[in-house]
Design a protein around this ligand. Structure first.
Ligand code: AMP
Ligand code: MG
Length: 356
């Protein structure tokens, strides 16, 4: 593998913008002039705020097809943001601790099943039931003050993937998907996989079209690269220096072709208190931000994996979960987790800003 050092794109949009969907940029049309014998190739691009981040989609191909593909990609993003499963998650949480099963959509069932797999493999370092804890730390970040030990202990008592149960069954000739949370007050947090899930959705849409190349960049931390860019080269993605002077300070540039990338870093959402950094990646075992010497983890996976076929079509979600899990586990245990996914390429950067 070769690293190229060059100026790159990559905007930590989460820090620049917040809030809900806000259409900010109209479609930009760039037409590349090719020799007459070649069919014309056009690149269209659109950016908008979605899921609290600046999402940028670029599609390259025949003029007839690119605009529709761009629109379909944006529609998929909007649909994930509108969150058809939100109601089901709320119903599931409302029934927490009662022992009652809640019917959930198949898409949410699949998402939770994959999350449980990574929770087991990571010994709970990745835990989709960490909702009470992550909410506590979100509030702490807003207040700029860490929570008390007692508050952390209390929140942690409502966390544990072993207490999330899933089942499928036939009822009245209908296949039903169901889930239940066994502890009162348990909450689901899909923050560590929703962007990867969105990329999987976009990819499924784009795969159907004959595109020359396409890039979906969800705030630089989740990126899908299909085919090649206008120069006929792999798409290029900058790996940010988490201890850099500015957000455009890149440590290296990675090529991305028919691959998906996810990054988790302690420089994304954090606050400083009495000289200590408190970030958003929480170790469910301690209840505190993970402290394993890592400042960022990037995981790149091929879209067509030679690994476990069960993960095919879900590589966005997998890379998203793995980057979070490896960050929380730290370099050694994180590497052991990655051993099960030999096609994964991981870039770990230490709190000293050096690539491990
Ligand atoms: P990411 O930036 O993809 O690593 O995801 C970070 C988000 O995942 C956080 O903002 C939380 O919502 C959630 N999260 C934090 N820690 C964990 C954890 N240990 N397991 C699962 N989700 C987590
Ligand atoms: Mg993630």
């Amino acid at each position: 593998m070769s690293f190229k050092f060059a100026a790159v794109r990559g905007i930590p949009a989460r820090r620049l913008f917040g809030g809900s969907v806000l259409f900010i940029l109209a479609a930009l049309l760039l037409t590349a002039c090719l020799p007459e014998s070649e069919p014309p190739v056009t690149t269209v691009e659109e950016s908008r705020i979605v899921m609290g981040t600046l999402a940028r989609l670029q599609v390259r191909g025949a003029p007839r097809e690119v605009q529709a593909a761009l629109q379909e990609g944006m529609d998929r993003l909007a649909r994930v943001e509108a969150d058809a499963d939100g109601e089901a998650v709320r119903a599931l949480e409302a029934a927490a601790g009662t022992g009652a099963w809640t019917e959930i959509p198949a898409s949410l069932y699949r998402m939770l099943t994959f999350a449980q797999d990574i929770a087991r493999r990571s010994d709970g370092a990745f835990d989709v039931t960490a909702g009470t804890l992550t909410a506590l730390w979100d509030d702490a970040r807003a207040a700029g003050v860490p929570p008390s030990d007692a508050a952390v202990r209390e929140a942690r008592s409502h966390v544990g993937y072993a207490h999330l149960e899933l089942r499928e069954r036939e009822a009245g000739g209908v296949h039903r998907y169901e889930a239940r949370l066994m502890l009162p007050g348990m909450r689901i947090d899909r923050g560590a996989l929703i962007k990867g899930y969105a990329l999987d959705e976009i990819r499924a849409q784009w795969q159907e079209g004959a595109l020359g190349g396409a890039l979906a960049d969800l705030g630089a931390s989740s990126i899908l690269g299909i085919g090649r860019n206008a120069e006929g080269e792999p798409w290029k993605v900058g790996i940010r220096n988490p201890r850099g002077e500015s957000s455009t300070d890149m440590l290296l540039v990675m090529p991305l072709t028919d691959e998906v990338l996810s990054a988790s870093g302690d420089d994304e959402r954090y606050f400083m208190y009495e000289g200590k950094r408190y970030h958003h990646l929480i170790d469910p075992h301690t209840g505190y931000p993970a402290d394993t010497g890592l400042a960022s983890v990037t995981v790149i996976l091929p879209l067509d994996p030679p690994d476990d076929p069960a993960w095919a079509a879900h590589m966005g979600m997998l890379s998203d979960m793995l980057s979070t899990a490896v960050f929380v586990l730290g370099p050694e245990k994180g590497s052991q987790l990655l051993d099960a996914f030999p096609s994964a390429l991981a870039i770990m950067i230490g709190t000293d800003g050096k690539v491990l």
